[in-house]
Design a protein around this ligand. Structure first.
Ligand code: GPK
Length: 833
């Protein structure tokens, strides 16, 4: 590319190369320039939103020059790239992160102060980019941060939803969903109206003979245009700025279909446009649940087809042979949502590029890796064959062929196991027939991974057992999740980050989190402990203020803050928590005033969204709020117990909440939470956790030590038998839990009927999530928490020790594992500035 530009012109470009600001004056100039030109305002009408906008634009300009150089470098070097395909990227706010990652937050703080603004207020103007539901989407966002920080040539591909996850309002104790229109002003994206792909749907497949060879031609029934929007992803302390490419849908052929428009069919031309735009209109708000809607499948194909077209186009520029494709391209499937990419690449190679099936399939399977994030049956994607046939007729044929060849090889290897074919078939022979996406993803990938050790073991022994037999164990691996310490410590908890830096030889720990181990030798340092405790207290004061401002409830920051924030789900067991809170309330009520004086004050804090169609989850929210309404105004209780439900839990709120917890709850039924990642965030911020032996809790325990975590409950290997006993044996409910139920049924927390289903789930419907089985040990463990908290000195020591041993849980370690074991890619050396 470079060589094609004549010398004098190249000179002119080089002479005029943009230099980014590096100091306060330079920053202020950029802000004023953006206020006065881009925003067409002045100092007389520059409010905080304008200050936010101009600051963001100043940083965006900076990022995009680095982005350009990164892309040029990656193009020039043309080494293997990673493509992370995720239907969700839960990015949160960008400005604070950009300022910290490029190391200019102090400059911006001083500059904004001179111009009359407080940086905290400016940062708060930004709307969260909430293009995800929960852990899976946030993991993708942490991965992008690590990929850039570690200088990997990597792209994220996703959908540019017009509406992200809904905003949650709590009205009369109930969740109400409000649409999240977030694109009003978004300085962090660059529309690429020149980067478009036509995506086809429906239609039929015709056979054609070309030069003696029969090929399949997919004639489209409908064409929708994908338009690229690019979001720069700055690495921490590196010039590498990677790209997140989000696709937006649009009617093909511009605004309207001009033929229809001119022939007077105005309405239907507008309708076409709207139908096309519907594809990227809204994020499906389900976490760990698939509902099989046609529009969802359309989203998946639209995004996958656009992304693959882009990837293939980039590969073709280098004029390499197709067999080199897997040496240049690694594609990671974030859950089964992008599984159609496997089929689409096979289609491109066979139908469009004319490769032989086997050759193409070898290329495809060498290219893809698949990450599984759940074993919950209701979350495993299956699509009705009829729907796939209708929407993607050629893809269904290819899926059938993939399945045929796969089953033939299985039959050969396991001639005596007839049932095996039925069990592992990509097509489930049900009524209607279904395409099993996880099986397709396994067959089409060279590696399959789970997200924590227990989870990776479970998928090998349960849902994917047969595939381990077929492919051998090496195809299946584990990459335990991690989180980025930049956002989740440095940004969320700047004071703690600074204190840690003072003991760990500066900020290097943010790039090599194992350096936290240097903290351990300071555990006994009184002054250090004191400062540590002061920071925790200050973070609690900040959260207490937020609670007061949003709920009106005054909480005492000296109380033990007990936090459970995550999507509301029966398997995550917020019901266990609130039943435990009721038990605590009843115990307090039964005490004499003198006994009460000896109790430890506690604030139980909940937060999280329920999927709009998840009725039981909404009941749980209602119960939490109903309990809060009674307990919080009970004068016998006062500060001893407060119950808070924080509205609209999201990434930016998590950044405030995680640093303020004393203990957080990760209490899923053993074997159900694949990993969990907030458990890592809370420990990294100097909070302890109460948890079950599930997901990454197990590895956290291994790292920080059993004495620094409160584990309780049944083990995953016993869950099946317990469930069986509930159904076929006599099922007696824990007596303390029974008292809790009786109190609810007496009407203490409002109309009992409102909560009858939650009680019936335990008493009558087999207690699938083992709430009763774990209740006693849960209550006991909370007593241990109280006792431990009374000894503040030891408590702080536990917190510091835990943090010092959290190095393993950085997403940098994760990304390095993926790079080595799955992608076979290397970082690109950068010359610094
Ligand atoms: C898993 F299957 C899914 C899903 O649909 N959404 C989602 O957020 C989560 N997840 C798991 O539930 C967590 O245990 C895990 O830490 C996270 O994915 C990231 O792997």
């Amino acid at each position: 590319v470079e060589a094609s530009i004549p010398e004098p012109q190249r000179e002119a470009w080089k002479r005029n190369q943009i230099t980014s600001f590096t100091d306060r004056d330079g920053f202020e100039k950029e802000v004023v320039r953006h206020v006065e030109t881009t925003l067409a305002r002045s100092m007389f009408n520059c409010d905080e939103i304008a200050a936010y906008s101009a600051t963001s634009l100043a940083f965006r300009d900076r990022l995009i020059t680095h982005w350009n150089r990164t892309q040029q470098r990656q193009t020039y070097r043309d080494t293997k790239r990673v493509y992370y395909l995720s239907l969700e990227f839960l990015m949160g706010r960008a400005l604070d992160n950009a300022m910290l990652n490029v190391g200019l937050k102090n400059v911006a703080q001083d500059g904004l102060a001179e111009l009359g603004f407080r940086i905290e207020d400016v940062i708060k103007q930004e709307h969260d980019a909430a293009l995800g539901n929960g852990g899976l989407g946030r993991l993708a966002a942490c991965f992008l941060d690590s990929l850039a920080t570690l200088n990997f040539p990597a792209w994220g591909y996703g959908l540019r939803y017009r509406y992200g996850i809904f905003k949650q309002e709590i009205i009369d104790g109930y969740q109400v969903e409000v649409p999240d229109y977030w694109l009003d002003f978004n300085p962090w994206e660059f529309p690429r109206h020149d980067v478009t792909v036509d995506i086809q749907f429906f239609g039929q497949v015709n056979k054609k003979t070309v030069g003696g060879k029969t090929i399949s031609v997919w004639e489209a029934g409908e064409i929708v245009q994908a338009v690229a929007y690019d979001v720069p992803i700055p690495g921490y302390d590196t010039p590498t700025t990677n790209n997140l490419r989000l696709w937006s849908s649009k009617a093909s052929g511009g605004e309207f279909d001009f033929q229809k428009f001119n022939s007077g069919d105005y309405e239907s031309s507008v309708a076409d446009q709207q139908r096309a735009e519907t594809i990227s209109a809204v994020l499906y708000p389900n976490d760990n649940l698939e509902r099989g809607k046609e529009l969802r499948l359309k989203q998946q194909y639209f995004w996958v087809a656009a992304s693959l077209y882009d990837i293939v186009r980039r590969f073709k520029k280098s004029r390499r042979s197709w067999n080199e494709f897997p040496d240049q391209v690694a594609i990671q499937l974030n859950d089964t949502h992008p599984t159609l990419a496997i089929v689409e690449l096979q289609r491109i190679l066979v139908d469009v590029e004319g490769l032989e099936w086997d050759n193409a399939w070898e290329i495809v399977t060498s290219t893809f890796g698949y990450t599984n994030h759940t074993v919950l049956p209701e979350a495993l994607e299956k699509w009705p064959v009829g729907l796939v046939q209708h929407l993607l007729p050629r893809h269904l044929q290819i899926i059938y062929d993939i399945n045929l060849f796969f089953l033939q090889s299985v039959e050969k290897a396991f001639p005596d196991d007839r049932d095996m074919l039925r069990r592992v078939s990509i097509i489930e022979e049900s009524q209607p027939k279904m395409v099993r996406m996880a099986f397709l993803a396994i067959v089409g990938s060279h590696k399959v991974n789970g997200v924590a050790e227990l989870h990776s073991d479970l998928i090998k022994t349960t849902i994917f057992k047969d595939f381990v037999e077929i492919y051998g164990p090496d195809k299946f691996t584990n990459v335990t999740n991690g989180i980025t310490p930049r956002r989740w410590l440095h940004q969320a908890n700047p004071r703690l980050s600074e204190l840690i830096a003072s003991k760990c030889g500066g900020n290097d720990f943010l790039k090599d989190l194992t350096l936290l181990n240097q903290l351990e030798k300071h555990v006994q340092d009184k002054q250090f402990r004191k400062e540590w405790a002061e920071i925790k207290y200050a973070n609690k004061v900040r959260l207490a203020k937020h609670i007061k401002d949003t709920t009106g409830v005054v909480v005492n920051p000296a109380s033990l803050f007990d936090v459970q924030v995550k999507r509301i789900h029966e398997y995550k067991r917020q019901q266990l928590n609130i039943f435990g809170v009721i038990h605590r309330y009843l115990s307090l009520k039964a005490m004499t005033p003198d006994q009460r004086k000896k109790q430890l004050p506690r604030v139980s804090i909940f937060g999280g969204k329920a999927a709009p169609g998840y009725w039981m989850a909404k009941q749980i929210i209602h119960l939490i709020n109903s309990v809060g309404a009674v307990v919080n105004k009970d004068e016998d209780i006062g500060d001893l117990l407060k119950v808070i439900f924080l509205e609209d839990y999201n990434v930016s709120k998590a950044e405030m909440i995680c640093p303020a917890s004393d203990i957080s709850e990760h209490i899923s039924t053993a074997g159900t939470e694949a990993s969990g990642t907030s458990n890592m965030k809370f420990v990294l911020n100097g909070g302890l956790i109460i948890g079950t032996c599930d997901g990454a809790n197990i590895e956290i325990t291994r790292e920080i030590g059993e004495s620094n975590i409160f584990l309780f409950g049944n083990l995953s290997e016993d869950v099946e038998d317990l469930r069986h006993a509930h159904t076929y044996g006599s099922h007696t409910i824990d007596s303390d839990l029974d008292k809790v139920f009786n109190e609810i049924e007496k009407g203490t927390f409002g109309t009992p009927h409102d909560f009858s289903a939650m009680i019936a789930a335990v008493r009558q419907h087999g207690d699938y999530y083992l709430v009763s089985d774990d209740f006693h040990s849960y209550i006991e463990t909370h007593q241990l928490v109280d006792e431990a908290y009374r000894n503040q000195d030891e408590w702080i020591a536990k917190c510091i020790t835990s943090v010092s041993r959290m190095g393993f849980f950085t997403s940098d370690r994760c990304i390095n594992e993926y790079a080595e074991e799955i992608w076979n890619v290397e970082p690109l050396a950068v010359d610094r500035h």
